[in-house]
Design a protein around this ligand. Structure first.
Ligand code: FES
Length: 180
């Protein structure tokens, strides 16, 4: 049985901003992102690490925010869907999903985009099998798979053109903000 721990301040770096949250260190990161930091890109789907709707990047690698406790993430670079775009506009992967109508209800889209960004950071020129393999654990219940695959293929070209590899969330610094 899980026992709760007294709330304590934990420093996070999210989308290039330093924040301090006061919470039970066992709290799933997804709850902190959505409820405390109002970052609603990551979605709550299954809460069990199975569907991928809650995916985020931690130090450039995709992880499920619903199963990772707050205590495990202190001091790491967290990037959510909101952190992918810059002052210049959307990340090319986001643009590709819009261009190819990669969403129907859109609930899975956060995970599909985050997984694609992580894929292209480690393999800028993936083959069809690589793309399918990377996305195989992300669920889409609308059946938009054809458009999603087309979006990823388009994202490959757009990312090459923009020479974008991975978000550099550490580029900015800020005074820590405390959220209780
Ligand atoms: Fe996290 Fe489904 S909500 S994997």
């Amino acid at each position: 049985m899980k026992t709760s721990v007294a709330p304590s301040p934990i420093s996070l770096r999210v989308n290039g901003r330093n924040v301090v949250v006061v919470a039970d260190p066992q709290t799933p990161l997804l709850y902190i992102l959505r409820n405390d930091l109002e970052l609603n890109g990551p979605k709550y789907g299954c809460g069990l690490g199975e569907c991928g709707a809650c995916s985020i990047l931690v130090d450039g690698r995709a992880v499920r925010a619903c199963t990772i406790p707050l205590r495990a993430i202190a001091g790491r670079d967290i990037t959510t869907l909101e952190g992918l775009c810059t002052e210049d506009g959307l990340h090319p992967v986001q643009q590709a999903f819009i261009d190819e109508s990669g969403a129907q209800c859109g609930y899975c889209l956060n995970g599909m985009i985050i997984i694609t960004v992580a894929l292209l950071a480690r393999n800028p020129d993936p083959q069809e099998a690589d793309i399918r393999d990377a996305l195989r654990h992300n669920l889409c219940r609308c059946g938009t798979h054809v458009e999603i695959l087309a979006a990823v293929r388009k994202a490959v070209g757009l990312c090459k053109a923009a020479a974008i590899k991975a978000p550099t969330a550490g580029a900015r610094t800020a005074t820590p903000e405390v959220r209780a």
